[in-house]
Ligand binder design. Structure first.
Ligand code: SAH
Ligand code: SF4
Ligand code: F3S
Length: 478
């Protein structure tokens, strides 16, 4: 280990200790408040956006639990927290809409405290709007200083003023903070933060900062700890996992990281997202093909099927390269389940460009494709492009794409009908006695069972494909 990396590690260990001391201070204040009120204190935490946000919310929930607050689903709570997303305009609108509702709750309960953090808060115009229009919000912070939550919360407990703490960036990765996991048997694991790709439509690099990989040792330690704690499935998270490790002092490839994780005892399934097609290596395909634990599911965002549009999007692959990659993957892993993301109505997209997208969808046999209407994000290069596609044209294309995607998806997913698959039982569905499990291909199966199956792997006969999910029957003696 070099001097430099030793320094970083000590710094983060010190920071963890500092934050733990704020948890203790905040605990004392919350215990006093709870005594005065004669009841336990509560919080409600809502997460918008991607799985990286979900993962970071688990840290905030872990700290709130330690401070002495009880989580509840209703927003009629002592503290209401939103972890925000800004990838598309409607993510922002949802938050503003709900702030209006919170205002009326706060009128009834002036002691209620409101906390906003995450990607949306990294945008200066958002913070300005909150300062002006929503002064009743108590605490605002961003994506780079989530590790400071205990400290900021302690400050908020003692302040009447709105507290705003937004960092422009950070090179720190603080390990070992308390977390409250959403599931006992599966977990997300961040392997990197930020993004360096600057796709021209995307705001993520601006709100999440530059790409930083965690040290493989830290990731292995976390996964080992999770496995020892009963977690059998991990989802490795990053905006572009295929470029994992490139910026480490001792570079490691993503495939090498996967191999290091393969031997961890108790770990049964490894998933990851997201894979950028430009960086998906043959080494990774080989590693996936020979692994006993990596699930045969790959999320491979296409964004557009038109090479011309892809170039303006700054995706750094073209239609031919993408199709060739899919072919290589299917040859090496014939049962792979592929899913994708597609944007419709990117500036300058013509009907011919759109036809290219339909063509790729018809060729690639995706199990599922997430389709999005292009959304203009402030300060991204695409927002300044002159030839924005009119909403009605984009919407009409979107509907055509959705029809094709659903049709293809249904055809493709039904390939497992009549087979027996191993599923990880995740939860009881809305219907009592009916449980939901997930195959390695990421397909959901509903079947009759009981609570003792939760978190276990069972064999289920897939009776009928319903499009995005199956109805099945639990196999005997399993
Ligand atoms: N890092 C991932 C994507 C993260 S954002 C990747 O590169 O694939 C998730 C998805 O949101 C993207 O794949 C894209 O399809 C969509 N998206 C991002 N910015 C968007 C925008 N401005 N308008 C519409 N969809 C967008
Ligand atoms: Fe956005 Fe592109 Fe980075 Fe994905 S790779 S987060 S789409 S800039
Ligand atoms: Fe949204 Fe931030 Fe994720 S903008 S999609 S929550 S990285």
């Amino acid at each position: 280990m070099t001097k430099e990396s030793q320094k970083t590690n000590t710094m983060t260990a010190e920071e963890t200790a500092r934050q733990n001391s704020f948890i203790e201070l905040a605990q004392t204040l919350s215990a006093q408040k709870s005594n005065t009120l004669g009841r336990p204190l509560t919080y409600c935490l809502t997460t918008f956006g991607c799985q990286m946000n979900e993962k970071q919310s688990e840290v905030v929930a872990g700290i709130m639990d330690e401070i002495g607050y009880h989580r509840q689903d209703s927003e009629d709570a002592d503290v209401v927290i939103y972890n925000t997303c800004t990838v598309r305009e409607n993510a922002n609108l949802k938050v503003y809409g709900r702030l209006g509702h919170l205002h009326s709750l706060k009128d009834k309960n002036p002691d209620m405290q409101i906390v906003l953090f995450g990607c949306m808060m990294q945008e200066p115009h958002v913070v300005e709007k909150i300062r002006k229009t929503y002064p009743f919000v108590n605490l605002v912070f961003g994506t780079h200083n989530i590790f400071k939550f205990a400290e900021l919360f302690y400050e908020m407990q003692q302040s009447e003023q709105q507290i705003v703490d937004i960092w422009e960036g950070t090179d720190q990765i603080v390990e070992d903070l308390p977390t409250e996991r959403n599931y006992t048997f599966k977990s997300g694991v961040n392997i990197m933060f930020g993004c360096n790709n600057f796709c021209s439509y995307c705001i993520v690099p601006y709100v999440r900062g530059r790409e930083r990989s965690r040290e493989p040792e830290a990731i292995i330690k976390e996964v080992k700890r999770l496995a020892a704690d009963g977690v059998s499935e991990v989802m490795l998270l990053g905006q572009n996992v295929n470029s994992y490790g490139k910026t480490l002092e001792n570079p490691v490839t993503f495939a090498q990281l996967l191999e290091m994780l393969e031997d961890i005892e108790g770990l049964k399934r490894i998933r990851f997202m997201t894979s950028h097609p430009k960086d998906l290596s043959d080494e990774l395909i080989e590693t996936m093909a020979k692994s006993k634990k990596i699930c045969h599911h790959l999320h491979l965002p296409l964004q557009s099927g038109s090479s011309r549009v892809l170039k303006v999007m700054n995706r750094r692959y073209d239609k031919e390269k993408y199709l060739d990659l899919v072919e290589r993957i299917r040859t090496a892993i014939p049962d792979i389940s592929l899913t994708t993301d597609i944007i419709v109505g990117f500036p300058g997209e013509t009907e011919e460009d759109f036809q290219e997208t339909l063509d790729v969808v018809a060729k690639c046999e995706y199990d599922t494709a997430f389709t999005f209407l292009y959304s203009k994000r402030s300060d991204t290069p695409a927002a300044a492009m002159e030839n924005q596609v009119p909403q009605d044209v984009a919407k009409e294309r979107f509907n055509r794409l959705l029809a094709l995607v659903q049709n293809e998806g249904r055809k493709r997913s039904s390939r497992f009908e009549g087979s027996v698959q191993e599923v990880l039982v995740e939860e009881e569905s809305k219907e009592k006695g009916i449980f939901t499990g997930r195959t390695q291909y990421n397909l959901l199966v509903h079947f009759a069972g009981d609570e003792s199956l939760l978190g276990k792997y069972v064999k289920v006969h897939l009776d009928e494909c319903k499009g995005f999910y199956y109805l099945g029957t639990l196999e005997e003696n399993e």
